[in-house]
Design a protein around this ligand. Sequence first.
Ligand SMILES: *[C@@H]1O[C@H](CO)[C@@H](O)[C@H](O)[C@H]1NC(C)=O
Length: 452
Amino acid sequence: WFNFNSGAASKTEGEANNKTEDDDKEDKAAQSYLNKLIRSSLVNNKNEVEVLQKDPNSPLYSVKSFEELRLKPQLLQGVYGMGFNRPSKIQETALPMMLAEPPQNLIAQSQSGTGKTAAFVLAMLSHVDPSNKWPQCLCVSPTYELALQTGKVIEQMGKFYPEVQLVYAIRGNKLPKGVKLQEQIVIGTPGTMLDWCAKFKFIEPKKIRVFVLDEADVMIATQGHQDQSIRIQRMLPKNCQMLLFSATFEETVWNFAQRIVPEPNIIKLKREEETLDTIKQYYVLCNSKEEKFEALCNIYGAITIAQAMIFCHTRKTAGWLAGELSREGHQVALLSGEMQVEQRAAVIDRFRDGKEKVLVTTNVCARGIDVEQVSVVINFDLPVDKDMNPDNETYLHRIGRTGRFGKRGLAINMVDSKMSMNILNRIQEHFSESHCLSHLSLPDLSHLPNLQ
Ligand SMILES: *[C@@H]1O[C@H](CO)[C@@H](O)[C@H](O)[C@H]1NC(C)=O
């Protein structure tokens, strides 16, 4: 079932290796990988989906149960075995499209935790004819790790369907010359996949029925992946089903998606209402880093009634702050860029389980990580971009973690200079007068809302 030699495989195929101290250089692939590690179960996604059909006149099916999809019994068993009871929001609409006959193409916006991987894995497994001993589905992922994660889902979902086999097209997985693959599903990175199709001819592209391109936004960040993917796509037959997924849809991703997927159906997440109404925002005036620390200690009791995330600008500050808080006897978690992805996932897991009440981190580390029970966000340093301009998006993103699902949230901004006051004012201006920030004078905590 498993034809894969992990020892020989390169860990970062196609990835740039020029990691610097700069947090900003954190790569998107690691972020995505991390999110998948910590989102072992589906997150409660309140985003509504928006569906654009290729043929607007055809009826739009959506399903509320997996039974309605008339899956092969072995696959249904696999689905339930993975703990899925009913389709997620995106699966409700995406699955009927993906499983339709004749197959339909799809471009979908989707993050990890939405059931996306399970959906396309189900599509691949459903479209395979196990009696045909040749590759019928290709799935390309930006990195070795991401390919492996998807492979694990295929393995789990296909647990009761052992006739279907899987092989990894990743650097290091060397096959003898002249081999024709017998596995029905090939998952890998674009470079090796292209080699296996074009150069070594292990795969006959004309026999492929489903082509999946996962994490397109991460893909285009790596030089060459875009070209390689397009070259693979060009070798596939016209009636091959093309499925493309991306967490975001900025213009570059969108252009790429349209080159890969002709006549697509499109599923997009509706933009989350940017309401800061349920979030109380404060600022605290201080004169130095040390005073910010003191102020933080003053409110520590109040913020740890719930769970809090503290954002620092640099790893150095985050490390220092976590150290100081520990010295005061507080139990805090530190999420830092130097950590291995697995270590970071472990830290986040502990925090999610409530083992620590406070997580100190830099922006980059915590990007895209949802911990639902956070109700306090502290900007120990205000979010700024490279040119020291207020980073409005990040501010919204940080404090948007609080006040979810109708809960009340609290954001406290530490201001330590004229410059940072100016930054805060501009952030406030950006979000207009309706989102007023109140001055919080310490240690007067009387107007902190009740967080319980
Ligand atoms: C954020 O908004 C403020 C106020 O509108 C603006 O001055 C600032 O340039 C914005 N920041 C960025 C990075 O666009």
